[in-house]
Design a protein around this ligand. Structure first.
Ligand code: URP
Ligand code: ZN
Ligand code: ZN
Length: 472
């Protein structure tokens, strides 16, 4: 099966050019001047399908490197399965995800790895890889890290918060980082001071401050900055590369920037919710509404300027990536568990379907360039997590994961069912995007055409990732 995408503006992280993209089977075969002939052959007359992309952008499929499909968390499960979540991702122009395998303290890591294959295998519409969560670092965890790297799980997330659930103490973090420094793993950190947060939460509840707004107030930026600094110090001590997930506080970014200025392999990810949403407007919504936006790290104060600082840091490369931290819960029966006690609201926001659009709006608004859009959402995720070459770029030899994006199209994120995620609301309800995902190809097959889904569950393949390709 051969496909020609003709006359589009190909956007890579390195820049843009009007070009034809020839796809042979699952792979990009050539990127050519429009109308070129190949060894004298008329290409257009010798392919099975021609897609005219004139006036549209042709970009490498989005890679969302932070998702939690069907995650057991907060007394319930994230509401998207691998099937529903990857289908929604496809609609939004994302063609690969990297999901987190969960290990709770008493669970065997390799069993969990196998369990995640069971859940995802045969169900995904797009390609998928895994990170591993380590919640209780023992000698056996360190051995498992080596084993998992051989299986393509080359990044490990630890937590400085959620005592008794995920939290690792500093000694455990040190041991895991020492292992990462040895075996080349990327160490990922949920950087919030859990002990401080736990006391603030208890005090708030005892004082009768139980609404979702207090979720934000009890996880202050100081707790994020302190933990980010501590994680950086442990990374420096051990020599392990460090990737700080879901950064929301400008002070935490400053810690990352300072470490990078010193030449350390320290990286930071933010998410659309920290660019667009805020403590005052969303978490502070009347009644229990704010529960929709309870996630950790929390939404930050717009008055304090965190959102602007996140955009700025994406331009200066003090932050390198945008993922969603897709962890959806419905209001009904899930978020509702925290009525009368915000600490019982399951933490997480869904957004896997909206990331490419929301970040494109950043291009329209003049926050980032077109090339940077692609770099933040596809190319750097591929390089950061050992997929580049196959993923994250439109070039010969790469997987034909391609999105045709219409800058003259429009996307309204409306109430309920204008999205495909398994959520009874959208965190971005009312957002209007000046662009539209028109066509999505996953390894050469059209899986979304207009708003029509043509994908098949089970067509997504496991991505056996290599080590990070992003170290300085
Ligand atoms: O609130 C969040 N972020 N939920 C998902 C789990 C995590 O910490 O990433
Ligand atoms: Zn986290
Ligand atoms: Zn997460």
């Amino acid at each position: 099966m051969k496909t020609l995408i003709k006359n589009g503006t190909v956007v890579n992280a390195t820049g843009t050019a009007v070009a034809d993209v020839l796809i042979d089977g699952e792979t990009i075969a050539a990127v050519l001047e429009p109308g070129s002939r190949l060894l004298g052959f008329d290409i257009e007359g010798n392919v099975d399908t021609v897609i005219d992309a004139a006036g549209k952008y042709v970009i490498p499929g989005g890679i969302d490197a932070h998702t939690h499909m069907e995650m057991p968390f907060g007394g319930t499960f994230a509401s998207d399965t691998f099937e529903t979540g990857t289908r929604a991702a496809a609609h939004g122009g994302t063609t690969s995800i990297v999901d987190f395998i969960v290990q709770y303290p008493d669970q065997n890591i390799i069993d969990q790895y196998n369990a995640w294959h069971e859940k995802a295998g045969g169900n995904c519409a797009i390609d998928y890889g895994f990170h591993q969560i380590l919640s209780d670092v023992q000698e056996s965890s360190l051995t498992a890290m080596d084993e998992l790297i051989d299986e393509g799980v080359t990044s490990f997330k630890l937590f400085m918060a959620y005592k008794g659930v995920f939290l690792s103490d500093d000694g455990q973090i040190l041991r895991a980082f020492q292992k990462g420094a040895q075996n080349g793993a990327m160490m990922m950190m949920h950087a919030e001071n859990g002990a401080v947060i736990d006391v603030l939460v208890r005090q708030a509840i005892e004082a009768g401050n139980t609404s979702p707004y207090y979720h934000g107030l009890t996880r202050p930026w100081q707790a994020e900055e302190e933990a980010t600094h501590r994680a950086i110090m442990i990374a420096d001590l051990t020599g392990a590369p460090l990737y700080v997930v879901h950064v929301s506080a400008k002070q935490a970014v400053e810690q990352i920037a300072a470490a990078r200025d010193r030449g350390l392999n320290v990286f930071g990810e933010t998410c659309p919710q920290y660019l667009y949403l805020s403590l005052e407007e969303q978490l502070g919504a009347p009644g229990f509404e704010g529960a929709k936006w309870v996630c950790s790290t929390p939404l930050r104060s717009r008055e304090e300027g965190h959102q602007n600082h996140m955009w700025h840091s994406l331009r200066t490369n003090d932050l390198q990536m945008v993922s969603t931290d897709h962890c959806p819960f419905c209001m009904k029966d899930q978020k509702e568990m925290g009525k009368g006690d915000f600490s019982k609201i399951p933490n997480g926001i869904g957004g896997v379907e909206h990331r490419m659009d929301l970040m494109y709006q950043g291009v329209v608004d003049g926050q980032i360039s077109l090339a940077r859009w692609v770099e933040l959402t596809s190319t750097t995720p591929a390089r950061m997590f050992g997929m580049y070459g196959k993923k994250g770029v439109i070039q010969p030899g790469a997987d034909a994961d391609v999105v045709i994006y219409d800058p003259n199209g429009h996307t309204s994120i409306g109430l309920g069912k204008t999205h495909h995620m398994n959520m009874d609301y959208s965190a971005y309800e009312g957002f209007e995007i000046d662009g539209h995902v028109d066509t999505v190809l996953s390894r050469g097959r059209v899986i979304v055409d207009g708003d029509e889904y043509l994908g098949r569950k089970g067509d997504g393949q496991y991505i056996k990732r290599g080590l990070t390709q992003y170290l300085s």
